[in-house]
Design a protein around this ligand. Structure first.
Ligand code: F6P
Length: 326
């Protein structure tokens, strides 16, 4: 196994609050342990197009509280081709980078797995996504902050929903995962969460109406996970218009608002612990693993498991949302 002297770090895919805290932890833990660090700009794009800077411990000063990522991020088409990855590998070698820490979600870690397999590059991943949709980890960096942003927004929508006695569909992100919608509903006391994981099991909108969700209430808030197949909140509002015209629904799409903002303490701590663990993992000869957290303990999750869509939502929580909103 080749000796690692220089570690490259990049953030890739959708940004997530806490990525900066992770960059800081990776950089400073690496330097503390005698490694050199290079910051790669715009995710894999920076490897393909050679945007690589030397990092010192001062490069990551005053960023723990900042949302977004100081390294910038991108979804890089070139890296999905063998030619692009060859260029990336050549640039990485020319820059003297022996190992990578990749902070990102499903697509980014899939890219890491393919690159590591092709070029035998030691890579450790950190789960950086608001979606919380990776296998083998209870939480991802950015999820807690996004959840808190959703709760704050829904609390505000509730004021107007109550005043006008209206039904609101509030659409949240999540890619194809319902975590933000489900836990957002639990935390904000919403009447229901409509999530992709339940789509084939029941007609969630009909179930909501049949439950008589408005019998004892003048207003209602339903958190809807984005879903291109059903059209998300807009799709549901359209169905309400056609199938249940007695209800007057309004739609709010929270969108990219959920990706911004200063990370919560929970995300900063998670990112700091995971960032440090990435350096320990590389030092211990771990390769092609993502750092995960299970029951409060940091664990190594093979890339194949992290990206196999094995993450599941808790069905008890779906029932709990319904019970607590009677
Ligand atoms: O993966 C993070 C995420 O915010 C998803 O929740 C969402 O589906 C997607 O990224 C949006 O991507 P973009 O910013 O490229 O539109």
């Amino acid at each position: 196994m080749a000796i690692i002297k220089t570690i490259g770090i990049l953030t890739s895919g959708g940004d997530a609050p806490g990525m900066n805290a992770a960059i800081r932890a990776v950089t400073r833990t690496a330097i503390y342990n005698g490694f050199k660090v290079k910051g790669i700009k715009r995710g894999y794009f920076g490897l393909v197009f050679n945007e690589i800077d030397d990092f010192t411990s001062r490069s990551v000063s005053n960023i723990i509280q900042q949302g977004g990522t100081i390294l910038k991020t991108a979804r890089c088409k070139e890296f999905t081709t063998p030619e692009g990855r060859k260029t990336a590998y050549d640039n990485m070698c020319a820059a003297g980078i022996d190992a990578l820490v990749v902070i990102g979600g499903d697509g980014s870690l899939t890219g890491a797995r393919i690159f590591a397999d092709e070029y035998d590059v030691p890579i450790v991943g950190l789960p950086g996504t608001i979606d919380n949709d990776l296998g083998g980890t209870d939480a991802t960096i950015g999820y807690d902050t996004a959840l808190n942003t959703i709760v704050e927004a829904v609390d505000k929508i509730r004021d107007t929903a109550t005043s006008h006695e209206r039904l609101f569909f509030v659409e949240v992100m999540g890619h194809m995962a319902g975590d933000l919608a489900l836990n957002g509903a639990l935390a904000s006391g919403a009447e229901a969460a409509i999530i992709p994981e339940m789509e084939t099991e029941i007609d969630q909108l009909a179930d909501l109406v049949n439950r008589g969700f408005r019998k004892s209430k003048n207003s209602a808030i339903v958190l809807v996970a984005e879903n291109p197949k059903t059209g998300g909140a807009m799709g549901l509002a359209q169905r309400i218009k056609e199938e249940f015209p007695e209800y007057d629904a309004r739609v709010t799409i929270l969108g990219h608002l959920q990706r911004g903002g200063s990370p919560t303490a929970a995300d900063r701590i998670l990112a700091s612990r995971m960032g440090a663990a990435a350096i320990t993992a590389l030092s211990d000869g771990q390769r092609n693993v993502m750092i995960g957290v299970k029951n409060g303990e940091l664990v190594y999750v093979p890339f194949s498991k992290a990206t196999n869509h094995s993450h599941r939502i808790d069905h008890d929580d779906i029932d709990l949302v319904k019970i607590l909103s009677i």
